[in-house]
Write a protein that binds this ligand. Sequence first.
Ligand code: F0G
Length: 458
Amino acid sequence: MPSSPTSALDVRHAGFQFRCIACGDLTSEANHDFRCRHCRDLLEITYPQWKESNPEVEKLKSTWKSRHLSVSPIDLSGVWRFRELLPPIDESLVVTLREGNTPLYELPHCARIVGMHRLLAKHQGLNPTGSFKDTGMTVAATFARRAGVRWVACASTGNTSASMAAYAARGGMRSLVLVPEGKISWSKLSQALDYGAITCQLRTDFDGCLCLLQELVRRAPVYQLNSINPFRLEGQKTIAFEILEQLSWSPPDHIIVPGGNLGNSSAIGKALLEMRELGLISRTPTLSVIQAEGANALVRTLAEGGNRLVSVQPETRATAIRIGSPASWKKALHVLEATGGACEAVSEIEIAQAKAEIGAEGIGCEPASAVTLAGLKKLIQQNFVKPEETVVLVLTGNSLKDPEYTIDFHRGELFKGANEETAAALNPLRRPPIVLDATIEAVLRILDQAEKSPVEKS
Ligand code: F0G
């Protein structure tokens, strides 16, 4: 099926290079471990010809929009729709599940709670495997396929593995998953199994799994699909392209993302800086990163000057971001600095409260995504975010990704034995399931009680 023509900026013929984020070394080929051949730091993808390309930005914007009307799979992908700003590829190799094109929702109820005029959420949980990982995985799986690899592998807190397993299956590759035993949700584990991955539950945490993967790629012919792989981050840039398109290219004041291994914040930040460089936007939104208090390596790293990573022993029920040594910390620091963003950590109770508030909007998200709303509350208190500003929260995962958490919360089991103050903050948001005899009287009684005591939403 022919896809729509390319537009003013045709970087597909201009190519790309890998650049070391520390020493700046440029190369057209990356090693298996995607680390610099000189200093071993991470690589990023750059497009040297962009500087002289002087793109016709209005034409680009209308090309991207018009692709919604195409019938070609790559035009219908919310990632490949923006292919002029991605590494060039033969279209027949693209592995796509029609990722991206996710909604930008208004959150009027949450806006009222935090005292903002307007609050928006980019819901990445509505991707094919239920998380933002699909936007990066389509690009990285495509380049893995182009490289002719047989095995792809990742370490994961659950979402990367679900996504990788799906895209590997679609691309005709085998997949190997390394996850921390007992520390990922059943939903995510079941996805990897369902999509046919060889799934290893290792007796360690995410950082241990990632360390082992690094060793594995040196010793076996497996292609790594963690966010160390810079193709992943190129795909994840499209989250920012879409946000801007959905706001008619008028930049929001703030974009707030959860921080785990820090690939996503790096990708979104890279996209913002590239859009500014190309003249697609006239000013750069501030990109802020929120972590869980028990996994706050970036917060601590910044507090100690930002010259070296301060690792932590991670602990949080938001298992997606239960990471102590984030691989992309330098990239994230760079985008925080370049966009003037903040970095904050939020408590387990603040996360649970924010998750229930997003749920009560009829939207829902997984716990790791809810750190964005909890973090926003802090940034407002600090006057870093003002009530009249436009804020976009990036909700990274679907509510169905972690039903155990939601059920524990509503049954009052998430913070068992917690103090009265905690209970007072959370009780109005709890809706525990009610077990009843199967009689009409019993149900009518419940309806009556609920009507008499309307529960405040917050
Ligand atoms: N939100 C969710 C739902 C995630 O799954 C992750 C990371 C993050 C936020 C943090 O993003 O790592 O780019 O800073 N999950 C990875 C995984 C680590 O293996 O699924 P990040």
